[in-house]
Design a protein around this ligand. Structure first.
Ligand code: SF4
Length: 431
């Protein structure tokens, strides 16, 4: 390693003393305050540019999507709702005939659609509409122009990021097979982040990295027994299982949030590809140095501040690791809807020993603990943010962390800013 590079503070820090790998986790069951998996369509429809997401649901589902996506649509939307009405619910009409009619209308109007997802909802599950059979039937009718897949976005026992997991898992059986060694990055990333990652992988010496989901359905990544994959998001348990059923192997790494997480994430691939350390360090040094400097300018706004996470996006543990280790924040409680111990093993190792972890939700109990702790900032869903703000707390909407590009070096400071901004605003209001 050259002298100049040796000065770059990008090396993964040693494990926190003890970490949280074996720490007790408070398991909670009770009322939950989360969006359903349909919400994932808001970022997925922008990512896969020739796909259409047809929700088979009620007017409630359509309203949720319109209000959640309304402020974010800047092009023709690629999602819609086939409304299940009272006649369908009462079993007075054949919902499959209705669905076929809606799909025929849609595809004749929109020849740009190459991949159609039928997305299940609570109502479609309640009337036991079999969307996998519907997808098979419609797929036969529209092949080879349009592929038809299905997944569930229902809110029954799920949280909102599981919509992406179900969508990507539905894509896996149709990925072309390969026996060549290949690297796949799994999890929807903003195009700008994907481009940065592609450039960094190329600089490290790993060309031809593939991404799931792809930008177009015709660019599906290949998969096989020599495929290694890196998770870019921590909420993809079903997708990981489906990839492993096709022979792929997960590379163990923390998630690419902050300088430390991003470095270790790229390093996992570099190790697998036997890239010399000097080459790896040289490739990441410019971006890592910039990111470290940018975080240094924000740290004073966050250092020592106490943060409380309600369970919502499943990003909570990687975010807590980043905020505590790189910005010196104090973790009051880190709640997560589901704790996937295998996928989060490295993250748990890196959390400060003694961090209060909770899994699942009993919203009243959590609110009591939050009020008693009086943290400086609370990360929670939209439904809790307004009431907590009214009580004088500073909040950050968890869903914003999924909509915003936050992965990688260039976004590390933006991610820190997302937490600093509400604190600065609150301080100004109090002044
Ligand atoms: S899928 Fe279920 S939770 Fe989601 S909007 Fe529709 S009815 Fe509500």
């Amino acid at each position: 390693m050259s002298a100049a590079l040796a000065a770059v503070p990008v090396v993964v820090r040693p494990k926190a003393a003890g970490g949280c790998s074996d720490a007790p986790v408070l398991k909670e069951r009770g009322q939950r305050e989360v969006f359903c998996g349909l919400t994932g369509i808001i970022w997925l429809h922008r990512k896969i540019q020739d796909a259409f997401f047809l929700i088979v649901g009620s007017r409630t589902c359509a309203h949720l999507m319109q209000s959640a996506a309304g402020v974010m649509i800047f092009a023709e939307p690629r999602f819609g709702t086939a409304i299940i009405d009272e006649r369908d619910l009462a079993g007075m009409s054949d919902a499959n005939d209705e669905l076929d009619r809606v799909v025929a209308q849609l595809l004749s109007r929109r020849p740009d659609i190459k991949l159609l997802f039928l997305v299940g909802s609570c109502p479609s599950e309640v009337i036991k509409l079999d969307l996998s059979r519907a997808a098979e039937r419609l797929g036969r009718s529209y092949t080879p122009n349009v592929r038809v897949l299905n997944y569930s976005g229902s809110g029954i026992e799920t949280t909102f990021t599981q919509g992406e997991d179900a969508c990507l898992a539905a894509l896996v059986p149709g990925l072309p097979a390969t026996t060549a060694k290949s690297l796949m990055v799994v999890g929807a990333l903003a195009d700008v982040v994907e481009d940065q990652f592609r450039r960094l992988f190329a600089a490290i010496g790993i060309a031809d990295v593939q991404f799931l989901p792809p930008r177009r359905s015709t660019l599906l990544p290949v998969v096989g027994p020599n495929t290694k994959y890196l998770l870019a998001q921590p909420f993809l348990a079903d997708t990981a299982r489906a990839l492993e059923a096709r022979g792929a192997t997960r590379l163990e790494a923390p998630f690419p949030l902050g300088v430390e997480g991003t470095t270790a994430w790229f390093e996992a691939a570099a190790r697998e590809w036997n890239i010399p350390d000097t080459k790896f360090q040289a490739a990441i040094a410019p971006a890592a140095t910039r990111a470290t400097a940018a975080l240094g300018r924000i740290r004073h706004q966050l250092a020592g501040k106490r943060i409380f996470f309600f369970p919502d996006s499943q990003l909570e543990i990687p975010l807590a690791r980043f905020l505590s280790r790189e910005l010196d924040m104090n973790l009051v409680e880190v709640g997560t809807p589901f704790l996937h111990r295998q996928h989060l093993a490295t993250e748990l190792d890196m959390l400060p020993a003694g961090t209060m972890l909770s899994e699942g939700q009993h919203v009243e109990n959590q609110l009591d603990r939050c009020r008693a702790a009086q943290p400086d900032i609370v990360v929670c869903g939209l439904g809790l943010a307004n009431p907590l703000e009214a009580e004088g707390m500073t909040t950050k909407w968890a869903i914003e962390l999924v909509f915003t590009p936050i992965q990688g070096y260039e976004q590390a400071a933006d991610l820190a800013e997302l937490f600093a901004r509400p604190l600065v605003r609150r301080a100004r209001l109090a002044a």
